[in-house]
Structure formats: structure tokens, C-alpha cells
Design a protein around this ligand. Structure first.
Ligand SMILES: Cc1cc2nc3c(=O)[nH]c(=O)nc-3n(C[C@H](O)[C@H](O)[C@H](O)COP(=O)(O)OP(=O)(O)OC[C@H]3O[C@@H](n4cnc5c(N)ncnc54)[C@H](O)[C@@H]3O)c2cc1C
Ligand SMILES: NC(=O)c1ccc[n+]([C@@H]2O[C@H](COP(=O)([O-])OP(=O)(O)OC[C@H]3O[C@@H](n4cnc5c(N)ncnc54)[C@H](O)[C@@H]3O)[C@@H](O)[C@H]2O)c1
Length: 471
């Protein structure tokens, strides 16, 4: 039986970074993957495919240039699913190669198959090589999640789908119901609406993306409606079924969603995106004495240790915030702790950024206005409207905004909230200033390249500081 210092289960972002970190510490490492491809949800079904779809849609529809060249500007008239999928395929293939070569270069043994604990220090892998047994000193469970698929929803892979199947549709539907206005629902609803799909978005809460600063949520919902998306907020879907319907004398199979309020919605397709579900049940965790919750997620301490101290967990399997960005760092941190090189300085979870690749992009770091008000922290908001910024005009985006929240007394930056072109990149300027305890004066006192989107920070700082000085 082969013995390793470290066995990592799952090759998503959490597992990848963990395995490489362990190898860099000179440990013998094996990483196990049950799928036929590397990279987990990040590469194969989640982050990369959805962002590739977004780029392809923005490019082919000319959506991000309409502000400059007019509403009729378009690169390609008849866009097919194959046009949209090809960029995704290209990037995925490249990512598989990159991950594989990183493992090879660092001497990480890749074992294909489904891993399961058979004892506190033993896993069994069921794969193409048959059943193999391995012994490990430390383990990292990075098995991710899968889309929630309640049994009463008749998923069929072609018209009633989760985000895993969306990009495998053989044609672009004319109409679509999106159930759930979280990150997945909001991203896909706005991307597909940009493509011309008529979307009805059903969200159980009173707002989409309810964790954002409310002004940004409001702006996002405004942009959604501008794109022709019908928002059904505070509404829950009760049941979903396929029905036969006759439209203009032509028989058609449609999807029908019955809402709790009594409304009936019909469309050619339905995306069900109401959250994700763990996959720990199949891991034999009882053999190590580790329990999982009712959504098959693991509980860990601040070092990412489960209740068995040699078994660590990171990424989506441990729940919020469940992002590729945070998963990578959690995996790396877990391994550093496991092998005694733990240095948690600068690991400030309060400065985790959120990037939402809707159309337009949204990003935030730090506190929202609602949180600061709730906690009695006095602040002022400094705002830059994209229409005031030369670079935004050059890019044809005159609708975005950047808002910085400034402490009334110390002028320290408390939060940055952006909606518009480049938001997910821009946010890191604010994040760096916040991490270094900077104040709004930093933006006033320093010169920014011109014309840039970064100029938004200077304009927002002037705006906030002027309000504080009653100018
Ligand atoms: C549509 C969509 C869009 C997203 N967009 C973004 C984004 O823009 N930015 C962002 O930061 N995040 C995004 N995310 C979230 C991101 O994809 C996840 O947070 C991230 O992939 C989680 O990484 P992970 O390593 O925990 O798990 P995963 O990426 O899910 O990988 C887990 C791996 O473990 C393997 N595995 C499971 N069980 C076993 C077993 N028993 N044996 C062996 N292998 C096993 C799986 O096959 C899989 O390969 C998105 C997610 C979705 C669904
Ligand atoms: N850009 C990114 O970082 C990114 C992109 C996509 C996904 N993700 C990650 O993927 C994960 C899953 O995303 P998600 O959007 O599926 O889940 P989510 O939990 O973010 O959102 C689900 C939404 O569905 C709503 N809902 C639940 N039941 C409903 C019902 N019956 N009818 C109507 N609405 C209902 C909820 O109120 C919630 O707003 C998240 O953890 C997210 O962080 C991240």
C-alpha cells in the first residue's frame, strides 16, 4: 500500500492549491479526482464556462460597444449555441493542461477515481485501475458541491436544467424562467438577456443578490429591467412541469412554473438555481469520525480542521462564501497549518472581495451601508458616476457607479461597492487601501493615470470628503 504525507480529495481550486502547497513544503502528495477531467466546478461547470459564455455574448452581440457605436451595433447576427460554447471549450482545455503540468512539475501524484475513507488514515480509490488503497498522514477534503436538485422538480437536461447543464443545451431558447436570484441566477439571467432571451427571474426574497449594498442591488435590478428581464420578487416556485402548448397554430412543448402566489409562468426553458448541495455522504467519513450537516457540508475550525484533527476541509464543502477565489486560499492555508508552517497574518476574511459577473459587473469589498448603520458606525458615502469619468465614456459605459464608504471621523475606507465595467478588477484598489488602513485622502493626494477607470476612486473620494467638510 502506497503511503503519502498528504492525500487531497478533489482537484477543484481548493484541492489544487492545497496539493501544490504540500509539495512545495517537500511532502509526498497524492490528489484524487473522480471526474474524467481536472479542475472541478471552477473549470468544468462553474466559473470558467459561465465567464466564457459572458465574454462570448458581450463580444458577439457587441453589447459592450453599443454605448459608442449605437444600439444596432452587433458583431454576429445569428448566434448559435456552438458559437458560445467554443471559447469555453478552448479555455477549459488550456486549464486542464495547466493544472496537469503543475501537478507533474511539483511531483504531485494524480490518482483517478472516487475516494472514500476506509479508516482514520486510509482511503480507497475506485477508478480505472480498479480498487486501490492508500495510507495518508494528513488529508484535505475538497470535494465541492453539486447543484441542489429537489426530487419534485422534473429535471430533463434539455429544458429544465441546473447550471451544470445550461451550456449543453442544443439551442438558445427564446424565453426562459430563472428560479433563484442568487449569484448564479443573476449572472445567467443578465448574460442570456443580453443575448436576447426573454427572461423571467423568480426570487423568493424581496431583492436579487440580497447580500449586496442595497443601492447596488437597486441599480442591478434597474439594469435587469432595462434589459427586459421580468422580475418576480418575493415569489416562490411551487411546482414545475412540462406542458404542451399551441403558439400561433404551432404545437410546442413548454415549461410551466406554478408560483405560490397562484401565477403561472411559461417559457421554452427553465434554469433552476436555488443553491448548492454537498457531496460528503459518499466519502465514508464515519470511518474517521467526522460528521456532516443536513446539506452534506463539513464544519471546520479557523485552521480548516474538521473534528478529526488530521482531516482538513476547504472550499465549497465548508460552505460560505463558496467562491473559487476563497477556496484556493483556504486549501493553501489548511495545508500550511497541517504541516506546521501556519502564518495567518494578513488573512482578513473581512476583506474577502465578491465579484459578480453579471451584465454589468458588480463587485464589493468591506461593509455595506446597511451593516454600518446597523452597527452604529458613522460614515459618509463618496460616489463617482461613470458618466463623469472620461475612460468610461471611451468605453461606452455611462451608467455604472463606484461608491466608497468613509468613516466620518477617521476618514478610513470602510467599504467599496461598484457596478459597471471593470468592477471586479477595480475593487482590488479599494481592498489594498483598506488592508493598509488607508484613508480617503490617499486617493486625493495621489496621481492616477488618465484616462482610467481607477479615476473613479479619486472622484468618489472628493465627493465623500466634500460632503464631510460641508463643501
Ligand atoms: C455557475 C457557477 C459560476 C461560478 N462563478 C464563480 C466566479 O465567477 N468566481 C468565483 O470565485 N467562484 C465562482 N463559482 C464558485 C466556484 O466554482 C466554486 O467556489 C469552486 O469551484 C469550489 O472549489 P472546490 O475546490 O471547493 O470544489 P469543486 O470545484 O467543486 O471541485 C471539487 C472536485 O472534487 C471532486 N470530487 C468530489 N468527490 C470526490 C471523491 N469522492 N473522490 C474524488 N474526487 C471527488 C469533484 O469531481 C470535483 O472535481 C461559480 C460556481 C458556479 C456553479
Ligand atoms: N461570481 C461568483 O462569485 C459566483 C458566480 C456563480 C456562483 N457562485 C457561487 O455558487 C453558489 C451557488 O449559487 P446560487 O445562485 O445557486 O445560490 P444562492 O444561494 O446564492 O442563491 C439562491 C437564491 O435562490 C432563492 N430561492 C431559493 N428557493 C427559491 C424558490 N423556491 N423560488 C424562488 N427563489 C428561491 C434564494 O432566496 C436565493 O436568493 C454560491 O455560493 C455562489 O457563491 C459564485
Amino acid at each position: 500500500m502506497k503511503k503519502y504525507d498528504c492525500i487531497v480529495i478533489g482537484t477543484g481550486p481548493a484541492g489544487q492549491k492545497a496539493a501544490i502547497q504540500a509539495a512545495k513544503l517537500g511532502k509526498s502528495v497524492a490528489i484524487v479526482e473522480k471526474n474524467a477531467v481536472l479542475g472541478g466546478a471552477q473549470v468544468n461547470t462553474g466559473t470558467i464556462p459561465s465567464k466564457a459564455l459572458r465574454e462570448a455574448v458581450l463580444h458577439l452581440t457587441g453589447a459592450n460597444r453599443k454605448g459608442m457605436f449605437g444600439q444596432s451595433y452587433r458583431i454576429k447576427q445569428d448566434i448559435a449555441m456552438s458559437d458560445l460554447a467554443s471559447l469555453s471549450q478552448q479555455v477549459m482545455r488550456r486549464e486542464w493542461d495547466i493544472i496537469r503540468s503543475q501537478f507533474d512539475r511539483n511531483g504531485v501524484d494524480l490518482i483517478w477515481g472516487k475516494a472514500k475513507f476506509t479508516g482514520p488514515n486510509h482511503v480507497e480509490v475506485d477508478g480505472p485501475e480498479g480498487l486501490q488503497q492508500f495510507e495518508g498522514e494528513k488529508f484535505l477534503v475538497a470535494v465541492g458541491t453539486r447543484p441542489a436538485k429537489p426530487p419534485h422538480i422534473p429535471f430533463n437536461g434539455h429544458s429544465i436544467v441546473t447550471s451544470d447543464e445550461l451550456l449543453k443545451l442544443d439551442r438558445i431558447p427564446k424565453t426562459m424562467i430563472v428560479v433563484g436570484g442568487g449569484v448564479i441566477g443573476s449572472e445567467y439571467a443578465t448574460i442570456l438577456a443580453t443575448l436576447g432571451v426573454r427572461i423571467t427571474l423568480v426570487e423568493g426574497r424581496s431583492d436579487v443578490l440580497g447580500f449586496l449594498d442595497h443601492e447596488i442591488t437597486g441599480a442591478c435590478q434597474y439594469f435587469m429591467r432595462q434589459k427586459g428581464i421580468t422580475l418576480r420578487l418575493g415569489e416562490k416556485v411551487e411546482s414545475i412541469q412540462e406542458v404542451d402548448s399551441t403558439v400561433s397554430g404551432k404545437k410546442q412543448r413548454l415549461v410551466e412554473a406554478q408560483l405560490e402566489s397562484g401565477k403561472t409562468l411559461r417559457a421554452e426553458a427553465l434554469l433552476y438555481s436555488v443553491g448548492r448541495q454537498g457531496v460528503c455522504g459518499a466519502l465514508g467519513l464515519d470511518q474517521v469520525g467526522v460528521e456532516y450537516d443536513d446539506r452534506e457540508r463539513l464544519h471546520v475550525n479557523e485552521h480548516y480542521q474538521t473534528s478529526a484533527e488530521h482531516v482538513y476541509a476547504a472550499g465549497d464543502v465548508i460552505g460560505f462564501p463558496a467562491l473559487a477565489s476563497t477556496s484556493m486560499e483556504q486549501g493553501r492555508r489548511a495545508i500550511c497549518h497541517a504541516f506546521g508552517v501556519c502564518d495567518v497574518r494578513n488573512y482578513n476574511t473581512e476583506l474577502f472581495p465578491f465579484g459578480i459577473y453579471a451584465v454589468p459587473e458588480i463587485s464589493m469589498v468591506g461593509r455595506t451601508e446597511e451593516e454600518l448603520t446597523r452597527d452604529g458606525i458613522p460614515y459618509e458615502a463618496g460616489i463617482a458616476q461613470y458618466r463623469e469619468i472620461a475612460r468610461c465614456q471611451l468605453l461606452g459605459d455611462d451608467q455604472g457607479m463606484l461608491k466608497m464608504l468613509i468613516h466620518q471621523d477617521s476618514h478610513k475606507l470602510l467599504g467599496v461597492h461598484i457596478i459597471g465595467t471593470g468592477a471586479t478588477e477595480l475593487v482590488h484598489i479599494g481592498q489594498a487601501v483598506m488592508a493598509l488602513d488607508g484613508t480617503a485622502e490617499f486617493f486625493v493626494d495621489n496621481v492616477f493615470n488618465f484616462p482610467t477607470l481607477a479615476e473613479c476612486y479619486k472622484v468618489a473620494a472628493y465627493n465623500g470628503l466634500n460632503k464631510l467638510a460641508h463643501i
